[in-house]
Ligand binder design. Structure first.
Ligand SMILES: [Zn+2]
Length: 141
């Protein structure tokens, strides 16, 4: 019924997706009111996770920016019917400190641990999130 959602969703699917989005819209509004500056997409990663949600996992952006996935931009989950993603909110400065701590923890792992693909993936995600956050904090958006 031309609601503007991407893809060919049934009416029931659109309703569920809209309800999910309304919940997240409220969460974003509350976080902004509390003075939080960033939002982080958090996906549940398993064999049902779609590529769009998988790619967005741990993406941290300024609270009023949009996430880009599958060529569409969204302010918050859900990305599609059945989307199980959620959001984390933070002070940008605190998130940078937390991520840097995680980065150091990984850097200090024994070499054979650090070489594991899943560890490398996590480290890559952390580095990407840090560079985005630092651009946000120190200008050059
Ligand atoms: Zn999702």
């Amino acid at each position: 019924m031309g609601s503007g959602l991407p893809g060919a969703f049934t009416e029931a699917e659109e309703t569920i997706t809209r309800e999910n989005m309304e919940i997240h819209r409220k969460l974003v509004d509350d976080a902004r009111t509390e003075g939080l500056a960033t939002k982080t997409w958090i996906a549940i990663i398993d064999n049902k996770t779609c590529n769009g949600c998988r790619a967005l996992n741990f993406t941290t952006i300024p609270i009023d920016d949009v996430f880009i996935a599958r060529g569409i931009s969204v302010n918050f989950p859900g990305l599609h019917p059945g989307c199980r993603c959620s959001l984390g909110f933070g002070e940008a400065e605190k998130l940078v400190r937390d991520l840097e701590q995680q980065e150091r923890t990984i850097e200090e792992l024994p070499p054979e641990e650090k070489e594991k693909p899943e560890v490398k993936t996590v480290l890559e995600r952390i580095k990407q999130a840090l560079s985005r956050l630092k651009r946000f904090l120190f200008g050059g958006r």
